[in-house]
Design a protein around this ligand. Structure first.
Ligand code: FE2
Length: 402
């Protein structure tokens, strides 16, 4: 009898150490979105030039974020995925109020029994640019440190965690009997200190924790896959610096050793799928960039299907993106060439340029750009190198090594 009581206690203790899987479904539906850069309206409402300044930014529809997020949340309530993952850059520049308001919005998904899992990006924690925009000048606002981040998003990932890394904001989730999701804090932000760096890297401590998690998944007979902000692969030879995680080759080799089939990333604000050492890196574009898209993954032990869906709001997102692109390339004075560049740029960032090559080639300014020898020719050629559609992916898993 004593032995039985002991065994029971041991089992209770063992079960008590780990959160249960988030789903009992064999096929999981997972949605991934990235780089929301949510900016609390109160922090720019008195600034008359803020909206105009965004048209000279990078294309994010920051002032439409509420409408975009409300549309996204409504879609999720209809779709009812098992999990929604956000791969970092949740806030504009790490303002506490932006994080808090975003967390409150995302809480609506929790209320519909949809698990949400967030991970920080380089903008989110200890950001020295956390400012409000006043009538005439910037003003200081409360920022967010790593402990605040964990507290604000405790219901949006951390409480459901199977394991949390004590020295970073990394954690793992048991998804079902077949999969573990490891969410990596690629900002290498240590809870004990502060580091602001746009280039991603895994600290030694995070790397060691990652190895432990990969080993645990292996022992449990589960496939691990990864979500992190920075990219594992190089997605564009001209947009490389600061986007791809440091030591990406050795990290990709580690993932290969543990049969990680794919990584979900963000950061580059460009929808792009590339392979490195056989590992797929699915970089999601910003949810605030045209075409306001997110990825939908259906995955079971045999296969994974990924495709993108986009949102419609009151403002035409393509027109907005093109206006920003025209401002960015204002030194290009020849209208026909500019038309080609603006269109190619939008198709490229949406991950669909491979489907539009003929359309671009038939445009009047296309040959004129190729006859030049300048940055724009190289930029166009770098975008046209894309041979695949980056808005869908189908993987079949060989389970012989499981
Ligand atoms: Fe971002």
């Amino acid at each position: 009898m004593k032995k039985l009581v002991c065994l029971f206690l041991c089992l209770v203790l063992m079960c008590g150490c780990q959160s249960p899987s988030i789903s009992t479904n064999e096929t999981l539906k997972i949605v991934v979105a990235s780089d929301i850069h949510y900016f609390a309206k109160d922090l720019y409402k008195d600034c008359e030039w803020f909206e105009e300044s965004m048209l000279y930014g990078d294309g994010k529809m920051v002032t439409y974020a509420d409408e975009i997020l409300d549309a996204f949340i409504q879609k999720m309530i209809e779709l009812k995925p098992d999990l929604v993952v956000f791969t970092g850059d949740l806030s504009f520049n790490g303002e506490a109020q932006s994080h808090q308001e975003l967390a409150k919005k995302l809480q609506q998904l929790k209320e519909h029994d949809i698990v949400v899992a967030v991970i920080p990006g380089n903008h989110d924690v200890d950001n020295i640019f956390a400012k409000g925009y006043g009538k005439d000048d910037y003003f200081d606002v409360e920022g967010t440190n790593a402990k605040d981040f964990k507290d604000i998003y405790k219901n949006l990932g951390y409480e459901a965690a199977m394991n949390q890394h004590k020295e970073s904001l990394s954690y793992s989730l048991s998804l079902n009997d077949d999969y573990t999701l490891i969410l990596l804090d690629s900002t290498a932000h240590e809870l004990t200190g502060s580091t602001l760096d746009i280039g991603g890297y895994l600290s030694e401590s995070t790397l060691s924790w990652l190895k432990t998690e990969l080993e645990k998944a292996k022992k449990q007979g589960k496939k691990p896959f990864i979500a992190m902000h920075h990219n594992l692969a190089v997605h564009n030879e001209l947009l490389n610096n600061g986007y791809t995680i440091k030591d990406n080759e050795s990290i990709a080799q580690l993932f290969l050793d543990y049969q990680v089939p794919f990584v979900l990333s963000g950061h580059i604000h460009c929808q792009n799928i590339k392979q490195i050492n056989g590992i797929y890196d699915i970089a999601s574009s910003s949810l605030l960039d045209a075409p306001l898209q997110y990825g939908v993954i259906d995955i079971n032990s045999q296969q994974m299907d990924y495709h993108c869906e986009s949102l419609q709001i009151s403002k035409n997102a393509n027109d907005y993106f093109d206006t920003v692109a025209r401002h960015k390339m204002e030194d290009m004075k020849e209208e026909k060439k500019l038309d080609v560049l603006v269109k190619a740029n939008r198709y490229y960032f949406a991950g669909v340029i491979s489907q539009h090559k003929e359309e671009l080639e038939s445009m009047e300014g296309y040959d004129q750009i190729l006859n030049d020898n300048d940055f724009y020719k190289n930029y166009l050629l770098s975008m046209l190198k894309e041979e695949i559609d980056s808005t869908s992916l189908h993987l079949v898993f060989d389970d012989s090594n499981k």
